[in-house]
Design a protein around this ligand. Structure first.
Ligand SMILES: NC(=O)c1ccc[n+]([C@@H]2O[C@H](COP(=O)([O-])OP(=O)(O)OC[C@H]3O[C@@H](n4cnc5c(N)ncnc54)[C@H](O)[C@@H]3O)[C@@H](O)[C@H]2O)c1
Length: 219
């Protein structure tokens, strides 16, 4: 249902809040289409991909300008550019992975991140057996971090087992501002760096506590 909450978008046009909330859904579908070589899309096909009705799609897109052509559909590159701009975020983050072991390689294999948050551009590992190209991503020796880090790279995924704090310090000295931390080590970072800890063990422990508590209450 359309919510009549109006939001001013970046070009000072009024856009219903419900429409804005659909922008990331459109963007995700469009990026996926592009990845598979499509150049244009009809609203009915986008509807099938997103589950959003064609009439809603056409109305949402009409708020962005005169974008569609009868019988041709919408140009995918143009739409991606517009939605990137509207959302004001860069979905092409060049992410680095440090540690291409079991966990790191699983992340490399999955490396499309649902087409919305960029991708792992390069990886680093200290073990020569883990270096080379893995799932299309170059894995460099960690000694080459400074040389091979992509320009403007801000986010690192940490999946290493040794010298964790030392590696974190080095990443920060080279411009990293956000770390997805899979290690089970406590790491210290300055205030201007953010860390998101991913810890499956803690999640399982929390679930066990929650499930026990619910069992006690008889839920
Ligand atoms: N967060 C979780 O839920 C979770 C789950 C499993 C493992 N882990 C942790 O993730 C990390 C990786 O686990 P794994 O199973 O992939 O281990 P792994 O031994 O298979 O891989 C670690 C890789 O990192 C490399 N490495 C180690 N220290 C390095 C350094 N300082 N610089 C560059 N490369 C380095 C190693 O050569 C190896 O290739 C470990 O710290 C492990 O404890 C976390």
């Amino acid at each position: 249902m359309l919510q009549y909450t109006w939001v001013i978008n970046m070009e000072s046009r009024k856009v219903p809040k419900a429409t804005l909330q659909r922008y990331p859904v459109y963007l995700k579908a469009l990026r996926r289409l592009k990845k598979y070589g499509n150049e244009r899309i009809m609203s009915k096909d986008l509807s099938a991909l997103t589950g959003i009705e064609s009439t809603t799609i056409r109305r949402d897109f009409s708020l962005l300008g005169n974008l569609g052509k009868q019988g041709y559909g919408y140009d995918i590159d143009t739409l991606i550019e517009i939605f990137n701009e509207q959302l004001g975020v860069d979905f092409d983050e060049k992410i680095i992975l440090v540690g291409a072991g079991n966990l790191g390689r699983a992340l490399l294999k999955y490396n499309n991140w649902d087409h919305v948050v960029g991708e792992i551009a390069v990886a680093f590992d200290s073990n020569p057996d883990r270096q080379g190209t893995r799932f299309g991503v170059p894995v460099y020796p960690i000694d080459e971090l400074e040389k091979e880090m992509p320009e403007g790279c801000r986010i690192a995924i940490l999946a290493i087992s040794d010298n964790v704090q030392q590696t974190v310090d080095r990443l920060i000295a080279n411009g990293i501002r956000g770390i997805v931390d899979f290690t089970h080590k406590y790491i210290q970072v300055p205030d201007y760096v953010s860390v998101k800890v991913v810890d499956v063990v803690s999640s399982i422990q929390e679930l066990v506590f929650e499930t026990n508590a619910k069992d006690k209450k008889g839920e």
